[in-house]
Design a protein around this ligand. Structure first.
Ligand code: URA
Length: 200
């Protein structure tokens, strides 16, 4: 199966999973979206109104902010992959519960297993909590965390959620500053370690 077919299979499996909370019909599902060969994956929390209509992550106001910062750092949506912890819209856009996060977790694991990104940018505290369960976003945002994830080296860069940035000017400044570091982080990861040592 190609990566595209494997990702499509995940969508179908979610749609058919009768044990998932918050999914009463296949159309409730908001699957991950983007480039199956992406070096960088962004993970949000759960869909909102616009995402539930278009069945695509980050297409509302928070998504517009993401698109804006993508342009600022010279990347395009088609280069990256975007998904959510919870692949549907919780009622009244409330926070996802631990049970909901856990129920959808295996599907995000499968997406990461297929895409094998070099960098995962977590947007907000829920996706950060998957990889850095004890971290506080105010202390770790914008910093590179190298860790082993399912026997693979992976780099996690936690960032504030774009919706939080839209609500608070200080968070917006941090969010943009963190985002502007991404090209440098990607460049460093692409530089072989021996070259990095010579640079020191
Ligand atoms: N917020 C999220 O966390 N994800 C979306 O897809 C949209 C808004």
């Amino acid at each position: 199966m190609s990566k595209i077919e494997e990702l499509k299979k995940i969508k179908e499996d979610i749609e058919a999973d009768k044990n998932l909370p918050l999914v009463s019909k296949p159309e409730d599902v908001i699957p991950g979206d983007g480039n199956p060969d992406a070096k960088i994956v962004f993970i949000g929390e759960a869909g909102g109104y616009h995402e539930s209509i278009q069945r695509k992550p980050f297409v509302g106001q928070a998504g517009k902010l993401l698109d804006k910062v993508f342009v600022e750092i010279g990347i395009e949506r088609k280069d990256v992959y975007i998904s959510n912890m919870v692949k549907t819209r919780p009622p009244e856009n409330r926070d996802p519960t631990p049970e909901e996060l856990s129920a959808f977790g295996k599907y995000l694991d499968r997406e990461l297993e297929i895409i094998k990104p070099k960098v995962v940018v977590t947007l907000g505290r829920f996706s950060m909590g998957k990889f850095l369960p004890f971290a506080k976003i105010s202390s770790v945002h914008g910093k590179v965390h190298k860790l082993q994830w399912k026997d693979r080296d992976i780099v996690i860069v936690p960032m504030y959620h774009p919706a939080a940035a839209l609500r608070n000017g200080n968070v917006m400044a941090q969010f943009r500053e963190d985002f502007l570091k991404l090209p440098e982080i990607l460049k460093e990861i692409d530089t072989p370690e021996i070259e990095q040592m010579n640079l020191l």
